[in-house]
Write a protein that binds this ligand. Structure first.
Ligand SMILES: O=C(O)C1=C[C@@H](OP(=O)(O)O)[C@@H](O)[C@H](O)C1
Ligand SMILES: C=C(OP(=O)(O)O)C(=O)O
Length: 427
C-alpha cells in the first residue's frame, strides 16, 4: 500500500465498522444463551470471523448476511469439536473461548497463526486449571497449540497482576458454569464489555471497584445486540484529522465506554480540539459522535494508570506524539510487547525509518516530536494497528510511504484504506 502526503484535510462524516470486542462477545454469549440472538452492525473482519468459525465447530448454528448475524443459542450445550479450533490472529477469540471450553466435559484443541502462537496463554490456562480444567499446552504450559479437557469447575478468587479484559472475561465465562462464586480483581479496570453485555443477557454480576463476582449456574437469554462503532478504529481517523492540516471530521455512532477512551483524555491534554456530540446509550454501552479539528499538539507524559483504557491506541498515539512539540513519554505499557507484534519494537523501528526521533524503553517509548516525517518503505509486522498507524503517519510525510504487509488491516478494519482515501478525495 502506498500513501502520499495529503493534499487537503480530512473532511466530512464517517461511520466506522462495529466494535471488535463487542462483536466477539455477542457471538459467544448468543451461543451460550437460550433462544435467538440477533446482532446488528457486527464487525465483519478476520478476528471476529475466527470466533464465528470456532463456535460453528462447537455445533452452534449461526447465519450471517453482511453485518447482521443470527445466533441460535444452545442453552449452554456445546458439542465436542471434531477438529482443531483455529483462532487465527485473535487473542480475544482464543482466550475467551478457553474460558468456555474449560466448562465442557470434552476436549477442545486450540491453535492460531504464527503471531498468536507466540502470545502468552498461561495467564488464562493457569487459573482455569486451578478451577479444575485439565490443560496441556506447549512450552511449559504457555503457548498454543493447547488442549483443554473441561468439566465441573469450582469457583475461586483471582487477583490479576495486570489488567486484562481477556483474562477477566475468560474467568467470568468459566465462573458462569462453575459451582459457587468466582471473583476477579484487577489492578486497574480493563474494558468492561463482558460485564455490561452479560447483564443484558440476564446474568447477575456484582461489581465493586476493580472486583467483579459471579455466581455459577446462571442462564443467559438471547438478545438483540446493536454493536456501536469501534472506538479503536475511530482512533486512527481522530489522529489523522488532528495532524493533517485543515481537517474537520465527524465520526458517527462510536462506542465511548470510559474503559476504552483513554486516548481522548491524553489527546485533550495534548491540546486536541475534539467535541463529543449526541451522547446516548445503546445496549448498555455509551455511544456518541466525535467531532475533530486539526490542532497544534504539545508533548505529553501518559500516566501509567490510564494504560488499560487505551491499550490498543498506543501505535496511533505515537503518530500524534511525532507531531507534538516536545518530548512525549509512554511508560507502564509492557503489555504492548505481547500483542499481534511487539508493538514497542514495531513503533520504534518503523517510526525511526521515517525519521521520527523515537527511543525504546523497556515498558514504552519516548518521542521527540515536531519534525515532519519522511516517506520511505515501512513494514506493518503483520499487525493491523501498526499498518493503520503507518498509513496515517504517511499522510503527513514528505514523499510517499510504502507500507509492506498492509493487508493486515483485514484483522479489524478491512476497508480502512478505502475509507481513508474517500475522506481525502471528498474534501
Ligand atoms: O477483551 C478484549 O476484547 C480485548 C482486550 C485487550 O487485551 P488484553 O486483555 O490482553 O489486555 C485488547 O488489547 C484486545 O484488543 C481486546
Ligand atoms: C490486541 C488486539 O487484539 P487481540 O488481542 O484480540 O488479538 C488488537 O486488536 O489490537
Amino acid at each position: 500500500m502506498k500513501v502520499t502526503l495529503a493534499k487537503s484535510g480530512l473532511k466530512g462524516e464517517l461511520t466506522v465498522p462495529g466494535d471488535k470486542s463487542i462483536s466477539h462477545r455477542a457471538l459467544i454469549f448468543g451461543a451460550l444463551a437460550e433462544g435467538i440472538t440477533e446482532i446488528e452492525n457486527f464487525l465483519v473482519a478476520r478476528d471476529t470471523l475466527a470466533t464465528l468459525n470456532c463456535l460453528k465447530k462447537y455445533g452452534v448454528r449461526i447465519s450471517r448476511s453482511k453485518n447482521q448475524v443470527k445466533v441460535l443459542g444452545t442453552a449452554q450445550n456445546f458439542s465436542e469439536p471434531k477438529d482443531i479450533l483455529n483462532a487465527e490472529n485473535s487473542g480475544t477469540t482464543i482466550r475467551l473461548l478457553s474460558g468456555v471450553a474449560a466448562t465442557f466435559p470434552f476436549v477442545s484443541v486450540f491453535t492460531g497463526d504464527k503471531s498468536l502462537r507466540q502470545r502468552p496463554m498461561k495467564r488464562v490456562l493457569e487459573p482455569l486449571s486451578q478451577m479444575g480444567a485439565k490443560v496441556l499446552a506447549r512450552a511449559e504450559g504457555n503457548y498454543a497449540p493447547f488442549a483443554i479437557n473441561g468439566g465441573k469447575l469450582v469457583g475461586r478468587d483471582f487477583t490479576l497482576k495486570k489488567a486484562s479484559a481477556q483474562v477477566k472475561s475468560a474467568l467470568i465465562l468459566a465462573g458462569l458454569r462453575a459451582s459457587g462464586t468466582t471473583t476477579v480483581t484487577e489492578p486497574n479496570l480493563s474494558r468492561d464489555h463482558t460485564e455490561r453485555m452479560l447483564e443484558g443477557f440476564g446474568v447477575k454480576i456484582e461489581r465493586s471497584g476493580q472486583t467483579i463476582a459471579i455466581i455459577g449456574g446462571q442462564k443467559l437469554y438471547g438478545q438483540k445486540v446493536v454493536v456501536p462503532g469501534d472506538f479503536s478504529s475511530a482512533a486512527f481517523f481522530i489522529v489523522a484529522a488532528l495532524i493533517v492540516p485543515e481537517s474537520h471530521l465527524l465520526l458517527k455512532n462510536v462506542g465511548l465506554n470510559p474503559t476504552r477512551t483513554g486516548l481522548l483524555t491524553v489527546l485533550k491534554e495534548m491540546g486536541a480540539k475534539i467535541n463529543l456530540l449526541n451522547l446516548r446509550e445503546t445496549g448498555g454501552e455509551p455511544v456518541g459522535d466525535i467531532e475533530v479539528f486539526t490542532s497544534p499538539l504539545k508533548a505529553v507524559e501518559v500516566p501509567p494508570e490510564i494504560v488499560p483504557a487505551m491499550i490498543d491506541e498506543f501505535p496511533i498515539l505515537a503518530a500524534a506524539m511525532a507531531h507534538a512539540e516536545g518530548v512525549s513519554v509512554v511508560r507502564g505499557a509492557e503489555e504492548l510487547r505481547i500483542k499481534e507484534s511487539d508493538r514497542i519494537k514495531s513503533i520504534v523501528g518503523e517510526f525511526s525509518k521515517m525519521g521520527v526521533m523515537v527511543e525504546e524503553l523497556p515498558d514504552g517509548f519516548k518521542i521527540t516530536g515536531g519534525r515532519r516525517p519522511l516517506g520511505t518503505i515501512v513494514d506493518s509486522h503483520h499487525d493491523h494497528r501498526i499498518a493503520m498507524t503507518l498509513g496515517v503517519l504517511g499522510l503527513t510525510a514528505v514523499g510517499s510511504t510504502e507500507i509492506l504487509n498492509a493487508e493486515a488491516v483485514a484483522i479489524s478494519y478491512p476497508d480502512f484504506f478505502v475509507q481513508l482515501t474517500k475522506l481525502l478525495e471528498g474534501a
